[in-house]
Design a protein around this ligand. Structure first.
Ligand SMILES: [Zn+2]
Length: 437
């Protein structure tokens, strides 16, 4: 379908573009971005005045649970949730069953995501075989099959010697190493942030230092090996400070934060009635000072991107005692309005918000080479049309994800993707903007 999106506010941070323009999509690609474009024959014209047109959003951190735990999510439901959230590229973590630590599993994910065709699912391969932290996985064959980064996410690489070798080996394949930074000896099995709230609730806490100690160690290894190092879901003030210093020294380090760590504190764990297991995430929701530091890091540029850590779980894992509940919440369908909330609160401006969800994550994993995160002429037409003012409420029945585990259910939200195009094809159309061709 050839489309002409007429008169939207086009924000394309990769090209420093922010203006009322038309976007012409031809044969699945961005043909032209400009003023007063001619419609041409057989082109469907869509009026998007008063709407935002941006590159399809990019999420470096999701869990799609396929293979092995499809009752929580699979590549089809996860991709549908992504498209509904305005995302066109997501990177899926390797802690599936079996884990993505070899070509066979990578191949399966790549093939399934193409069959589904609603989102580009770019796999992250395991750092270690079986995510066990003992032997390095085979990075070369996984890269050939399509992995864009390496991580044992869900688990940290505790062994510094193994981490050193992982960084050296990853460097030869020019792959970033993504750390779930948690010193398990310091975390001591804590189920939430250590502090007054944990004490009041009588729950075991993990200190913020469990994260920053690991980041500090890794930055030493990053400097030593020269490999690209990415901190997943940074959650503490100290982590942001360490990354800021490392940046000044010129280290190839990057980091992401999640919408939930930017909006919620550990008080959310005490949500009525009793404990709210939907607020149980790892790293845990932190203190107000940490949230403030993350927001500052967003504004001053230390933080490269926003990633959801979309982690679906069924009621079997979540509607249990707090100590036994699984860590994680879903995030793909609420990320955009939560980021827009930061714009309205004047934490960041709209252009930076779009960059944090498009050009910047694409650059961190070098997905921009394939056109992700920008509206470059000739690139696949992956884009989102956004209504900044659409008021809505996340409700269980309205979610595309197979899981429902988010504390943002019932929250009044503003802003949503109206239309998501993947390679020029409609992946999501909230209100029939394009309609049937
Ligand atoms: Zn993690």
């Amino acid at each position: 379908m050839n489309l002409l999106l007429r008169g939207g506010r086009v924000i394309d941070p990769a090209h420093e573009l922010d203006a009322a323009l038309d976007v012409r999509v031809d044969a699945g690609r961005v043909a032209e971005v400009g003023r007063g474009l001619a419609p041409g024959r057989g082109v469907r014209e869509v009026d998007v005045r008063d709407k935002l047109v941006v590159p399809g959003l990019v999420d470096l951190h999701v869990h799609f649970r396929e293979p092995g735990q499809e009752y929580k999510e699979d590549i089809a439901t996860g991709s549908a949730a992504a498209a509904a959230g305005g995302f066109t590229t997501v990177c899926c973590m390797p802690n599936t069953v079996p884990p993505n630590d070899c070509r066979t599993v990578t191949d399966l994910i790549v093939r399934r995501s193409r069959e589904v065709g609603l989102c580009r699912v770019r796999p992250v391969g395991a750092i270690s075989v079986g995510l066990e932290g003992k032997a390095l996985a085979e990075y070369g064959e996984m890269k050939e099959a399509g992995v864009v980064a390496l991580s044992d996410d869900g688990r940290p690489v505790m062994n510094a010697g193994l981490m050193r070798r992982a960084l050296e080996y990853a460097r030869t394949f020019d792959l970033p190493v993504v750390q779930h930074a948690e010193d398990l000896a310091l975390a001591e099995g804590g189920v939430m942030n250590e502090g007054e709230v944990a004490t009041r609730l009588g729950l075991r806490g993990q200190p913020p230092q469990a994260e920053s100690v690991m980041v500090a160690r890794d930055l030493e290894l990053c400097e030593w090996t020269g490999a690209r190092y990415h901190v997943a879901h940074a959650s503490t003030a100290r982590t942001i400070e360490l990354v800021r210093q490392a940046r000044r020294r010129g280290l190839p380090v990057s980091c992401e934060v999640t919408p939930h760590h930017l909006h919620l504190t550990h008080d959310a764990v005490a949500g009525p009635p009793g404990y709210d297991t939907r607020a149980k995430v790892n790293p845990p929701l932190r203190a107000a000072a940490d949230v403030e530091a993350l927001r500052e890091g967003l504004a001053d540029g230390v933080i490269d991107c926003i990633a959801t850590d979309h982690a679906p779980h069924s009621t079997v894992e979540k509607e249990v005692e707090f100590d036994h509940a699984a860590f994680g919440m879903i995030g793909l369908e609420t990320a955009l309005p939560l980021v827009l909330e930061l714009v309205r609160a004047r934490v960041i401006d709209l252009v930076r918000a779009v960059a944090l969800l498009t050009s910047q994550p694409a650059r961190v994993f070098r997905l921009d080479a394939g056109g992700a995160g920008s509206l470059a002429a000739g690139a696949p037409a992956d884009l989102a049309v956004i209504d900044l003012d659409l008021a809505w409420t996340a409700e269980e029945s309205g979610l595309r994800s197979r899981s429902r585990n988010t504390p943002f259910l019932g929250r009044a939200l503003r802003g949503a993707a109206l239309l998501t195009l993947l390679g020029g094809r409609v992946a999501f159309d909230r209100a029939g903007l394009v309609g049937e061709p």
